[in-house]
Design a protein. Sequence first.
Length: 278
Amino acid sequence: MTGEQRPGPGYRRRPTSGRGGGVADRSLPAADSALLSEHTGIVWNASTIEWDRLTTTTPERARFRFRASLPDLVWNAAALEGNTFTLPEVRTLLEGVTVGGKPLADEEQVLALSQAYSDLDQLVGRSAFSLRKDVSDALHCTVAAKEAIESGHFRGEGSVVGGGSVRLANGGFVAGVEHGVDGRALIDRFDSLVRFLETLPDPRERAVAYFAAATRSQFYFDGNTRTARLMMTGVLMSAGIDAVNIPYSRRLEFNRSLDELFESDDATSLMRFIVDCA
């Protein structure tokens, strides 16, 4: 767009203390915070995040390790959604054997996650993955087909309006981002986010920042966190970086970081947590 601002170097190059030099300042200059908020809807301090925990190999190696850990990835993602399947039961189901005594909705959720992760793997393998709305919509349509209203479409694009409100783990409530006529406000928000992230040279920061911003935006009626994780994983694997598995055992930390994101639009804590899960 005409006169579009581009990110200056200041927000990424804030000095931090070395080992033994005290705690790094998490704050951002007001101008940098305004720039991040304008383009992404969130703020974060990249200088306080240990990006080196996300090591680079090759896309082929990252995909191999991704496929090898697929049952664990699927189980953790499902468990964080409240799914009752255990890890052995997920393995059994992914081998094509029905697990008795489980809710049908839980089974469908596990299978949908597995299919979406497999679709993502194929996209990366064909070098067809990128941070595009049609890619996100296709993955969302798979992962949330049985759960979300008008899956595969942003809120407001179809006949249903509203949505986006979030009940926090601490009991609070945050109103949703307005979607605008025909979802135009959310589409513009997505486009602005992707344009901004394309200016960041580090794919690790692009991936994790996308996850945080997409989760905060609540582009879809449901399945936002799962879809944002798929997109984050696509960015990482395309750059030869292993997928991040968020363990169910750390759900309380995850939920607290999400609460902070929704209450303050500050993604620093969430992004640090994601990288720490590597």
